[in-house]
Ligand binder design. Sequence first.
Ligand SMILES: [Zn+2]
Length: 293
Amino acid sequence: MSTTNFNNKYMNKCIYCSSISTVFFIKVNSWNIRKCLNCSVLYTEGEGKKDKKINLDTYDYSYIKGYKHRKNELQKRFLSLLNHIEKNKNGGRLLDIGCGLGLFMETAMKKSSYNWDVHGLEINKRLLDNAFNDIKKRIKSGNIENIPFGSNYFDCVTCFDVLEHSKSLKHNLDEISRVLKKDGILVIQSPNYKSLMAMISKEKWSWWSPPDHIFHFSSSFMINLLKAKWYEVLEAFTYEPPKEFLLDVKRRFARNLVQKIVIRLIQPLLLTIERIAWFFNRGGLLFIVVKKI
Ligand SMILES: [Zn+2]
């Protein structure tokens, strides 16, 4: 093997398990996404080049304004996820990692019939500064690399749309395990690259988001990963908000007025197809609740 080939191969080693058995999977906006043949994870090649400004650019003031504007809609979504969590844990000390403006924390604290002592962790100072007033003092500035809490402290840790941004997934999962009590539950939501929309849209799927998203998961990968880390799976399903599914369909297929009208007319059919996709774990988001054993 020539030095160049060796270097290329070395550069392409899996960023989760370090195997050099990796293959090109798809190119999205000039970023190569590779698949590891050993552990089967997908990752964005060259993630080390990730510009730290991306976080600030993505979550700018218009994002914050838009998010606050959609508060009621988003809160309904969080409430339905909270119901799934509460099937497995009836209150306790909760940490929301990557809590953003703190809406999930606020929902758990104010809308639940159980008693949740909520805490949040947010790396982005702009989001932290603009967090909802009642919740701001419960959010710590920090990141998942070094969770600023003691060991065996939380009954529940939630990671909504967080782990795909992770640079060192193994270490991050160990950190979560450290702060979680035995029998505590971990809740993960991430984009599902095996979703119907991802398969149809290919490189145009809106949740690839490289280089912001470093890892790309499927439900089965995440379940196997968590089982190997001594977690028991309590609940796992895929879904996506119908509004976002339809938006993705329009983005992909509505190139002219006629196509827009057709999509509008067949909307009920599209939403039925979406539901069927969920049944086969092809929803856009994976949602997993596991217990530390
Ligand atoms: Zn791997």
